[in-house]
Design a protein around this ligand. Sequence first.
Ligand SMILES: C[S@@+](CC[C@H](N)C(=O)[O-])C[C@H]1O[C@@H](n2cnc3c(N)ncnc32)[C@H](O)[C@@H]1O
Length: 212
Amino acid sequence: MQLPNAPGQAGVPLVTDAPADADADADVLARTGFAARPDLGQHFLRSPEVARRLLECAELPAGAQVLEVGAGLGTLSCAVVEAGCRIWAVEKDVRLGTPLLDKLRHFGPRARVTIADVRSVDLDGGLERGSVLLAILPFDWELSSALTEHIFASAHNVVRGLVVVPSRTLDQYRAAEGEGRGLRLEEVDGISRREFWPQAPAPLRVVSIERR
Ligand SMILES: C[S@@+](CC[C@H](N)C(=O)[O-])C[C@H]1O[C@@H](n2cnc3c(N)ncnc32)[C@H](O)[C@@H]1O
């Protein structure tokens, strides 16, 4: 991994007892002194194995086009392409542009990278009908809620999603369900906070999203 400038199957809990690979990209990044940005909810997945298990939860059809918002170091993006799907990885933090591009470049046209705030991207312009959102959203419940709402309001070609979010994101959505919102969120699994560097500050949920 070139570093930026330093300053389960559905129903099986996504918690591994084994320590994450010490040479996982997230751990390499940690050793550089990279300052993760709490305002962007930055926590990086440490284990490719957990990425593959998230993918199984998503039950993607062969060759599906996947939108990943907040692609970070690309651990989940790689698992998506290696499974035979196509990825559009969107990441806001410019410091992550080089490592993300380096990681995905060799997949050629099956992997597209955009470094921008997803709210400024023409998503329908780049997605075909039937696309799926697969994302480890920022670990800030308000930001992850706002991004979820934005994506499903603006990207009409996204038909469903599977996301990792803070449990409060799901709780708040359920509390507001009577307000006629257009999405159905359902918890399908859990995932340990320790699977991320820095460790997630609060419990996480793996959540499926369907349009009503
Ligand atoms: C919980 S981290 C997950 C990172 C990545 N999936 C990984 O595991 O390596 C959330 C990511 O969302 C990115 N992010 C936050 N706000 C964003 C936005 N508005 N548009 C695109 N990406 C955003 C952050 O920079 C961060 O990389």
